[in-house]
Ligand binder design. Structure first.
Ligand code: NJP
Length: 231
């Protein structure tokens, strides 16, 4: 494959696993995160171009698209993965935390899609993959802010799917359950998480699967959970 992707939230967790799996398959990746220096060790192959940027800034999102086109000469895939969450009773959620969840999870997805879609429509091809959450499809205590942001991100992607389909552009939404990452100040790799959580690589395989669908097939939605998780 000669393809080029942008992956957001690529420094850690799920985004890093997606970046590494795509690179292993020969996809060249603009790997966007605020802490892109965490990718320095894997950037040497030349397959991965770390980009220190924030998904919440419109100019940064546009820069990611411009760099893909200038440095690698094309853009085929964007993976909107960057996300943050904090969990509490509604009355204990700081308004600043609410804003951050909506800025990163919803506006971040919006801004990268906004930058990439004109290019995808013009070339009549492209694939947008959104990493949302199973909580885009269920409600839970302590999830008023995070859950609302994931429902919003999911609605954005679902609406966009209808807008771009006539142009041959695909939107696939991935809904993971619990994943063993740095999310919400976790420390991945514990023995307990082995049984109760997906690995970041499991979600990366789901992304690979939707990307490998034949040209005439779009996998609209894909949900995955650890077998132990009731949801
Ligand atoms: O989280 P974590 P995950 N601009 O904390 C980046 C969803 N999800 O891999 O900027 C650009 O290990 C941050 O990089 P940095 C979740 O909602 C998770 O679990 O350097 N990047 C880091 O690379 C999210 O959408 C679970 O700090 C920004 C990455 O995001 C996605 O999976 C369950 C950024 C976060 O890595 C990946 O989360 C589920 C910004 N402004 C859905 N802010 C789960 N873990 O259980 C943050 O259903 N990042």
């Amino acid at each position: 494959t000669n393809q080029v992707a942008i992956v957001t939230g690529a420094s850690r967790g799920i985004g890093r696993a997606i970046t590494l799996l795509l690179a292993m398959q020969g996809v060249r990746v603009v790997a966007l995160a605020r802490g892109a220096e965490e990718l320095d060790d894997v950037a040497q192959s030349g397959q991965i171009l770390p980009l220190a940027a924030t998904v919440t800034d419109e100019a940064d999102a546009q820069q990611a698209v411009d760099i893909a086109l200038q440095h690698f000469g094309r853009l085929d895939i964007v993976v909107c993965n960057a996300g943050v969450g904090s969990f509490n009773l509604l009355e204990n959620i700081a308004a600043t935390d609410w804003d951050q969840m909506f800025d990163v999870n919803v506006k971040g997805t919006f801004l990268l899609c906004k930058a990439a879609v004109p290019h995808f429509k013009a070339q009549k091809r492209g694939h947008i993959v959104g990493i949302t959450s199973d909580v885009a499809r269920r409600t839970f205590e302590h999830g008023t802010a995070y859950g609302a942001s994931k429902y919003a991100q999911d609605a954005l992607l679902g609406s966009l799917r209808k807008e771009v389909r006539p142009f041959g552009v695909k939107v696939s939404t991935i809904y993971p359950g619990l994943v063993d990452t740095y999310f919400n100040n976790s420390r991945p790799g514990s023995a307990e998480a082995e049984a109760t959580h997906l690995r970041p690589a499991d979600v990366a395989q789901a992304v690979r699967y939707v990307l490998e669908a034949p040209a005439h097939v779009v996998i609209d939605e894909l949900m995955l959970h650890p077998l132990s998780q009731e949801w």
